[in-house]
Design a binder for this molecule. Structure first.
Ligand SMILES: [Zn+2]
Length: 298
């Protein structure tokens, strides 16, 4: 599943290859891809014709293009979504859900999604907590209305570590649940939560109200390191014309220390990594580096 680093890689690709180009036509090849757009496939396609994306932005795992008239083309890649840039005469692959062609006759943008959990929608920007005169994508941060409630992600300038620490301690939940809560901090999925907790030497069920200030700083530092190194690994595929995400960046396969390593030795102390069940999934951690807390929110 694409996580924040992969989504940021796609955003950078859209910025480079799509921003500034006039959309000539939009074909919705599978209605599920625009299921949350209130105007339906035909309305979605008609409204985007002739628009010229002005900026490509991201919060957490949501991506959007500002397309004028106070509106954004908002995308979530779901489990398997990809944004592909291909020459217009390339045959349509079976999993293309939405095809955008451009007036400059340059490469098409094709939203491809095998499992169809991803989606696109045309939405207004939210008003309210945004300074007058802010422009989409600038520091003032206009957000598309469906995601206006989502907290900043740790790679954004808007992310405030002190505010995060205070809200985290008030949550009274397990630390991993808190990391996955998009209203507290966005963009962290199961993989990067396990990796950050391993680096910070914190057990996933540790109650947030017992975290000391230094532990919260250590955790935030670990989160940033994990995301930044994943971004560096995932960003290398970007010199090509293809804007491509497959959830398996170089980081995913090479640098994982905890996630998916059940029974393999911890890279720090050699103790076999354990696996616990967690919210219908798994949590991977080192029994020695990340001891179970005396009290815990399982
Ligand atoms: Zn260890």
């Amino acid at each position: 599943m694409p996580e924040l680093p992969e989504v940021e890689t796609v955003r950078a690709g859209l910025e480079r290859h799509v921003v500034g180009r006039a959309i000539e036509s939009v074909q919705v090849l599978h209605p599920r891809a625009v299921r949350r757009d209130l105007t339906g496939p035909d309305g979605f396609a008609a409204a985007l014709k002739g628009r010229r994306p002005q900026s490509a932005d991201r919060r957490g795992k949501y991506l959007w293009l500002a397309v004028g008239d106070g509106e954004a083309l908002l995308a979530h890649l779901g489990m398997s979504g990809q944004m592909l840039l291909v020459p217009p005469d390339t045959p349509l692959s079976p999993h293309v859900r939405v095809r955008f062609t451009f007036a400059d006759s340059g490469p098409d943008l094709r939203f491809t999604d095998q499992r169809t959990f991803g989606h696109l929608m045309l939405v207004p920007f939210a008003h309210g907590d945004v300074a007058d005169g802010a422009v989409p994508g600038a520091a003032g941060r206009l957000l598309p209305s469906p995601i206006a409630h989502i907290a900043p992600d740790p790679l954004e300038a808007a992310f405030d570590p002190a505010d995060f620490a205070a809200r985290l301690r008030r949550r009274r939940t397990g630390i991993k649940r808190a990391l996955l809560d998009q209203s507290l901090i966005s963009g962290i999925g199961n993989i990067y939560a396990d990796e950050a907790l391993w680096r910070a030497r914190l057990h996933w069920a540790r109650p947030t109200e017992t975290l000391r200030r230094g532990e919260v700083s250590r955790l935030l530092e670990a989160v940033s390191e994990v995301l930044t190194s994943a971004l560096a690994a995932g960003g290398t595929s970007f010199d090509s014309l293809y804007v491509n995400v497959n959830g398996e960046s170089g980081y995913f396969s090479r640098s994982l220390e905890a996630y998916g390593r059940f029974g393999l030795p911890c890279g720090r102390c050699g103790t076999p990594i354990r696996r616990d069940s967690f919210m219908n999934r798994s949590s991977f951690s080192c029994p020695r580096c990340q001891p179970r807390p005396r009290s815990a929110h399982w």
